[in-house]
Each structure stands twice: as structure tokens, then as C-alpha cells.
Design a protein around this ligand. Sequence first.
Ligand SMILES: [Zn+2]
Ligand SMILES: [Zn+2]
Length: 253
Amino acid sequence: MAENVNEALVLAAGDGSLRGVKAALKAGADIDFYEPDSDGTGPKPIPPCTALHLACIMGHVDVVRLLLRKGASVVKRDRASFAPLHSAVSKGWIKVVEVLLQHGATVDIRDGFQNTPLMAACSYNHVDIVRLPIEFGARPDVDDGYIAERLKVEAENRVFAEESLKLLEEARKSKLLRCCNPKCHKPDYRKNLKLCAGCKLTRYCSRDCQKQHWSVGHKKCCGHDVYSDEQADPFQKMTVQLTKQLLEQADQM
Ligand SMILES: [Zn+2]
Ligand SMILES: [Zn+2]
């Protein structure tokens, strides 16, 4: 048994135990509990992320649904600066990705390396998952993240993630973006879609769509979609800086 209800919650989420998650919440666990300095030792270490994040990594879609219903945060980052959406995408859990987006997770949320989930999906060549964020309004033309930079290089020699890159190119060429209301997805030209004034990351075909997205979850995400070092905890800062150094070294080799 975990030491306390918060740890019990994270472990139950990782195990995919609906019963365990419910019991921990009932016993008063903090739904967004996060142990950033967990050092990964001990018989059953608590990973440095929230219960929702861990369920997203493991692909436990029922637990993800339950936690979202109970108000778990989709913007809280793990120690590596990833939002739950980045992790679900990188693991290839299409159903989890869909559920997160339906609950208002911002489709173009950035991690500490400026990557969007769509970029992450391309880098893993999860072709089905590349389609999904595009359908939910992701910008295919983002080119300033670390992965986007890499993809530009890869696109030139076509050895990597070929199918994903093809989809991305098609989406760019169409010049169409989608309404970010998860119940709408209407395609339109960028100039016709209205940007959310708060985050300037989501866009809508109508006021009604904006209102609907706000009520399904954007209210809690708006303004928390960009990773910044100032808001990061010391562990996140350290992890991101170290990773960046390693990536730069790898690029120079
Ligand atoms: Zn719409
Ligand atoms: Zn917004």
C-alpha cells in the first residue's frame, strides 16, 4: 500500500485501476498531486508526474476519462516539461489523445522545447495520431520547435517519418485550418477563423464554438499552454536545460 493517499492515487492511475483511483479520491487525494523530486528509487517509486499524466503514458483510457471528469489538469507538466497530451501522443495512444482533446486540452500546447503534440506525433511517425491533432485544429505549419527544426532537416532526405511528413505537407498545402471546438472541426482559411484573445493559440469558426470549447475545458487551459522557465519548478528547469544541452551535443556530432 502506498504511503499516503496522493501516492496511492498516482500508483492506481499507473496500474489502470479505476477502483484504486476512486478510492484514493474519496479518501481526499489531491487530484493534481505531483512529486517533482521523486528519485525513482524504492520498491514502487512515484513517477514525477500527475495521476492523469501517468494514465496517459500507460494508455489507461478509462482512468483518463475518470480523472478528467473529476477535474484533473491537462496543462500540468511532468518533470520533463511535457503536458499529458505530449506523452499520450508520443506513446501512440490514439484513444487517449482523442479523449484529452475532447476535454479541452489545447491542441498546440508547447513543451519546454517548443514542440507541439503534432510535432511529437510526426517525430515518432505515429501516422494515425498525426491525423488526429490536425483534425482537432492543430497548426501544421509550426516550425520553431526543436522537433520541427529536425523535421525540416529530415524532410530534405526523406528517410524518416515519411508518411507523417506527407500528411503534414498536405495539411500545409491545403492552407486550411480547423475550428478548435472538438465538436465542430470545421475547416476554413486562417483569416476566417477567430483566434482566442486570451491565448492566441486556439481558433474558432464562430462565437458559439468558442463558448463551447471554453466550457468543455479551454477555460482551464487558456493562458497555461506555453511552457516558461519562470513558471517551471527547479526540477523541470534542470531537466529541460540538461536535455537541451544533450540535444545540442548530439547535433554537433
Ligand atoms: Zn466551429
Ligand atoms: Zn485561449
